[in-house]
Write a protein of this length. Structure first.
Lengths: 360, 163, 470
């Protein structure tokens, strides 16, 4: 048995250079310190993305966009063996993936892992987060149930409040003046063709950069002399722990998906009044609430424009952080960047909580 | 000191060899369980249409036992293949055979004699007792209807031709 | 008399027991398993003359004493308070049958608590052999508390036919041992002992993880691996124990596992089956996670890793206890008393004389008050108004007539009723059932009027969306 494995491995190795890869993986190291825990979150985001790809393809086998969208999801959930499980896993993993990316992003920010030479890692990561949020937004509509219908309607208010082209863009995305079956068709194309086509190369680039530069050290570790720093080999030590984290993630996903199956709810009906407390998904809650607050502070549409502008400015500042927090030394700029991160995290938490309290 | 150490190490190595075999077998077993836990639902999910069409093809007609003795105004449950079905002998002498699986979320429906209608207890769906048409509540479609042929000594229920 | 039923909003009174009980089990099973871990580890350390092991074990013993003696003991008493309030009838039945059993358990419990304290405080002060013996006395007495309480716990799933025949005759206490050694007694005891050994290993891993892997590489490696081995018997034998258990569970309850959930379609299992499968999956995850985190690289095994394993243990234990509870449906004491405290043999009498004859405060003409008393008496044991198994959502969109049809099905309780396998019958006269129907209809409609009276927020959304669609 063993010799068969060995000979197959040798045959492949001679042609593909597997041994070199293995050596590379064994030579690679991961720093060990008090913040090592945060290194797992990038891998967890990747894991949830793989779950999304797998369950997404399975859903694709039965899902029909357009006017039959709701009926096909109803069939998946109630008529097809384990369809409820696949759909629940897809919905839950989507939320967990965005949660994992957020944690990954904030840990990278506070460990200042965006500094030279890792700027492109930060930018590609931000790109992946924004794409994931569009993934989430477009996927949410696909069942075309009541909740999705009104959440999409409300969610499209955000781009619609952009000055000048906003309203036109929103109508173009909707494929009509209101959310309708063309919107589902468009969102479907976006969700399964356009977004993956953008996401996958960017993900490859991001992973290549991680491989190229390795894990960044937080500033307090960098200050230590080389001899005091500790590392573990990527393979097998970190890999084994990563695998264990993935298993825990899979277990939590199975728990959530099977015990709290994703609801389908009633079919969307544009003539019905919006149900009480309609709101977008939690990861849009903050921007939704900011718009609402500014809409109440200023008269007419100007409030939403101001809110949107401020939000966009903040996001641009956030994305450009590697350009103004460059110093390796912990000086005033580095401190200011940390304060900015704390402020952003604070605003995100406060406005999200506020949003949820407001809809109750 | 060093002597005892090497002794312990050697013993540990022996232990490790036999242990490693056990551990890898155990871990492999757990890994297999995982693979099965993932692939079983996926397999059943993929094969759902196959199972449905096979079930539909398997049975085309059923003779519910003793149905011919069913007096008017009474009803009975029977199995059409694997699916529960409902046979009603109406007071006006007509017969109706309907699929007893609610089209909403798949609960088994029941005939209410006093109201002469079919009721699904799960979410309160109501169907017409003759045609199976969904009258009120959440069901999206009528119940599936079978053709009933009554002869001297048997009642035969057959699948109606689609379309 | 119908007791003034304990109305815990949102989670329901059952979950109050559940939360206390799950917390208690994580500790109490450790109290049994750890009771064996300590003297065995101490004896091994003495045999091999390992001073460094003994230091760690002493720390572990202190942690053990505080956790089990304080948090374990207090939460155990908490269960008593909670079950008495949640299901007074069932608690009363247990006391009438098992008061002697509890007396025995208290004897072992007192021995357990005192020897735990003696074990810790005499560390290094009495001869070593004697100290290990104290540890063994502790281990045996704590095991015996489990041996006793297990009889009472399994009695509730199914008391056995002998006891059921005499139930209500006043002779029950004579059949104490029949009730005690009921069909699921032995498999359940086996499973619980296996959980005890696993939890002993998991909690020991928590203590070991606090060791600095760089300073004490060898010690940490040995201790982590030795503790990890405590998980092996549990995971090797658990599938067999589970099969033994399911084999002993009465057929009527076992069929709950196969029952297709009435609110979900094909391929969906019942809640209890899903949870049973999750227990198996989580156990597999624990094995692999312990292997990857602890066994492979014991020196790096950190406190966070240990907490992750403990968390998985919590998930598995909680799922296990939930599944055991759910397997009892529709009874609280198998075939003797329904989940809402109504005895099986009383149902016919209550249907004739009325359920509310014992709720004297509701004899007035107020039908809604009668309906609410019915709701509190017969629904609240399992359902809440708005959160856990919420009536407002389960009945949402139904008319009064449709609620009436449902209640009729529950009241008639015909042999082919789809609810029979997991819900008790609705007991009471027709007038009482109607009062309950009115109350439920009013309850779900107040929900709707609340939405109608409070249109401010949806209106705002509608207004802002109207703005964007010129």
């Amino acid at each position: 048995m063993k010799s068969v494995f060995a000979s197959v491995f040798n045959w492949m190795d001679a042609r593909l250079g597997l041994q070199d890869l293995l050596h590379l993986a064994q030579k690679k190291t991961v720093p060990v310190h008090r913040q090592t825990f945060w290194y797992y979150w990038g891998g967890l985001s990747l894991f949830f993305f793989l779950v999304q790809a797998f369950t997404g393809v399975l859903l694709l086998l039965y899902y029909r966009p357009g006017p039959e969208a709701y009926e096909s999801v109803r069939q998946i959930s109630f008529d097809t063996n384990f369809g409820w499980l696949i759909r629940s896993a897809h919905s839950w993993a989507a939320n967990l993936m965005i949660l994992a990316i957020f944690i990954h992003m904030f840990s990278v920010f506070f460990m200042k892992a965006y500094r030279q030479p890792r700027e492109f890692g930060w930018w590609s990561g931000m790109g992946l987060l924004l794409l994931s949020m569009v993934f989430g937004f477009s996927g949410y509509l696909l069942p075309m149930n009541e909740l999705a219908f009104f959440a999409t309607k409300v969610g499209l208010e955000i781009p619609a409040s952009f000055p000048l082209l906003g309203a036109k863009m929103a109508s173009l995305v909707r494929g009509g003046l209101d959310v309708n079956e063309y919107t589902v068709q468009r969102f479907f194309a976006l969700h399964v063709v356009i977004l993956p086509a953008l996401f996958l190369p960017l993900l490859g680039f991001h992973l290549w950069l991680v491989q190229k530069h390795g894990n960044a050290l937080p500033p307090e570790e960098e200050d230590k002399p080389e001899a005091q720093r500790r590392t573990m080999p990527f393979f097998p030590n970190f890999f084994a722990k990563d695998l264990a984290m993935w298993l825990i993630a899979l277990n939590i996903l199975a728990l959530l998906a099977s015990l709290f199956p994703w609801e389908l709810g009633p079919i969307a009906d544009s003539l019905k009044p919006a149900p009480k407390g309609i709101h977008p998904e939690w990861y849009f809650m903050s921007s939704f609430q900011v718009l609402k607050i500014f809409g109440q502070w200023f008269p007419g549409a100007s409030g939403e424009v101001i809110g949107m502008t401020l939000f966009t400015l903040g996001l641009v500042l956030w994305i450009l952080v590697p350009l103004y927090d460059t110093s390796r030394k912990s000086g005033e700029r580095a401190r200011n960047a940390t304060y900015f991160g704390l402020l952003a995290l604070g605003i995100l938490v406060v406005t999200t909580t506020w949003g949820y309290l407001a809809i109750r | 000191m060093s002597k005892s150490k090497t002794k312990i190490e050697k013993q540990e190595q022996d232990d490790l060899l036999s242990r490693r075999g056990f551990a890898s077998a155990a871990l492999g077993g757990v890994g297999l369980c995982y693979a099965a836990a993932v692939s079983y639902p996926v397999y059943r999910y993929l094969s759902a249409p196959v199972e449905k069409s096979a079930a539909a093809a398997a049975v085309t007609s059923v003779t519910p036992p003793d149905a011919v003795k069913l007096p008017p105004g009474k009803h009975m449950m029977f199995k059409f293949g694997a699916r529960p079905a409902l046979l009603i002998h109406h007071k006006d002498g007509t017969w109706a055979a309907l699929d007893a699986v609610c089209t909403h979320l798949g609960c088994t429906v029941q005939y209410e004699t006093e109201n002469d209608r079919i009721f699904c207890a799960c979410h309160g769906g109501i169907y017409d007792a003759k045609t199976g048409k969904n009258i009120s509540g959440p069901p999206p479609r009528p119940l599936g209807k079978y053709a009933v042929t009554v002869s001297q000594d048997a009642v035969v229920v057959t699948r109606e031709k689609q379309g | 008399m119908n007791y003034p039923f304990w109305d815990v909003p949102h989670i329901g009174s059952g979950w109050v027991i559940g939360l206390i009980a799950i917390y208690h089990i994580m500790i109490s099973h450790f109290a049994v398993g750890g009771g064996f871990y300590l003297p065995m580890a101490e004896a091994k350390a003495l045999r091999e003359n390992r001073k460094d092991w003994l230091d760690i074990l002493q720390k572990h013993a202190r942690f053990f004493l505080i956790l089990t003696g304080v948090f374990g003991a207090v939460s155990g008493v908490g269960i008593w308070f909670a079950i008495g309030l949640t299901n007074p009838e069932a608690t009363s039945t247990l006391i009438h049958n098992f008061v002697f059993g509890w007396a025995i358990e208290w004897v072992f419990f007192i021995i357990e608590l005192s020897t735990a304290a003696v074990y810790y405080y005499t560390w290094g002060r009495i001869p070593k052999e004697l100290h290990v013996k104290v540890g063994w006395v502790y281990a045996i007495s704590s095991l015996l508390t489990l041996v006793i309480i297990n009889g009472i716990l399994t009695f509730m799933l199914f008391p056995g036919n002998t006891w059921l025949q005499v139930a209500g005759s006043g002779q029950e206490a004579h059949y104490f041992w029949n009730a005690f050694f009921n069909p699921t007694y032995w498999p359940s005891l086996l499973m619980r002992i296996l959980v005890c050994t696993a939890l002993a290993g998991i909690w020991a891993l928590v203590t070991c993880s606090r060791l600095d892997g760089r300073l004490h590489a060898k010690l940490k490696t040995e201790l982590v691996r030795w503790s990890a081995k405590w998980l092996v018997p549990s995971f090797a034998l658990m599938p067999l124990a589970l099969a033994f258990y399911l084999w002993q569970v009465p057929e009527s309850q076992r069929s709950l596992l196969q029952l297709g959930m009435s609110t979900m379609g094909t391929g969906a299992f019942t809640q209890v089956t899903r949870i049973a499968l999750l227990i198996i999956m989580t156990s597999g995850t624990i094995v692999l996670v312990v292997y990857f985190f602890a066994w492979r690289t014991p020196e790096d095994f950190s406190f966070a890793h240990a907490i992750a394993v403990l968390f998985l243990g919590l998930v598995a234990t909680a799922s296990g206890e939930y599944a055991r509870e759910a397997l009892r449906k529709p009874y609280v004491i198998g075939r003797h008393m329904f989940s809402n405290g109504i005895r099986v043999r009383d149902v016919a009498r209550l249907n004739q004389e009325g359920f509310l004859t014992k709720s004297l405060w509701t004899t007035g003409p107020d039908k809604l008050a009668q309906g609410e008393a019915m709701f509190r008496g017969q629904c609240l044991a399992c359902h809440t108004r708005d959160a856990y198994r919420p009536m407002k959502i389960l009945l949402a969109g139904r008319t009064r007539e449709s609620i009436g049809s449902l209640l009729k099905i529950l009241h008639d309780y015909k042999p082919d009723s789809p609810y029979r396998s997991f819900m008790p019958p609705l007991a009471g006269t027709q007038a009482e059932v109607d009062a309950l129907g009115d109350f439920l209809a009013a309850m779900i409609s107040t929900n709707q009027t609340a939405a109608a009276e409070n249109p401010a927020k949806p209106a705002k959304v509608a207004a802002s969306s109207a703005k964007s669609a010129p």
